[in-house]
Design a protein around this ligand. Sequence first.
Ligand SMILES: CC(C)(COP(=O)(O)OP(=O)(O)OC[C@H]1O[C@@H](n2cnc3c(N)ncnc32)[C@H](O)[C@@H]1OP(=O)(O)O)[C@@H](O)C(=O)NCCC(=O)NCCS
Length: 193
Amino acid sequence: MNILSTLIESERLELRKSTKDDIDYILELTSKPENSKFIVRFPRVRYEKALESEDEMAIIIVEKSSGDRVGYFLVAGLRTHSIEWTHVVIDKKGVGYGHESLKLLKAWSFGVKKFHRGWLDCKDYNDRALHLYESEGLIREGIERDVLKIDDRFETLVIFSMLENEYEDRKQKKLEVDPEIILRAQTPYEFLT
Ligand SMILES: CC(C)(COP(=O)(O)OP(=O)(O)OC[C@H]1O[C@@H](n2cnc3c(N)ncnc32)[C@H](O)[C@@H]1OP(=O)(O)O)[C@@H](O)C(=O)NCCC(=O)NCCS
């Protein structure tokens, strides 16, 4: 763990703020066909700007046992009450890192940064991600029909959100990671922006 860049961590994973050395990794990850078909890709300049931005941040997911990068989030709306979880991409799929890292992202968003609302959108045929978000307690708000035009096709997005009281309810039910417990277990510890 690098205490200077760690946002939050669990037993297996650490979320840390990206650096310029992560940009090639993010571009490679988002260009893999198994990921690119489910997201809207961004150019390098977007990630360069995010390094200095107060509105947006790229977050690297690190596997603690190996030190390997295993995925990334892009988050936006950081100066509002409503954080957008813009990109959710797990490279090492199918071992529960989607669940574990999303729990960490919710704990950081609500428990540390005190956002009121977290939200994201998801293509309506992305069954694995739809399952992940629903099983992590996100609420389906609605759909945006044919909102994307990819080549000659239109695509529909499903909007999901969670509110701070819903996160707190789930925390009471032990369905969420509690950052206060992590803090107590790992002092001295810093949660950075
Ligand atoms: C979607 C994604 C983030 C999930 O991460 P992951 O690490 O594979 O997820 P996990 O292993 O924690 O859990 C996946 C769950 O989906 C289930 N699943 C896998 N394929 C599925 C499918 N086709 N339909 C429904 N559920 C599926 C798994 O069985 C598992 O179920 P569980 O809740 O019972 O454990 C990851 O696969 C990914 O990055 N996909 C490509 C990019 C993407 O789609 N990003 C989201 C954009 S909105």
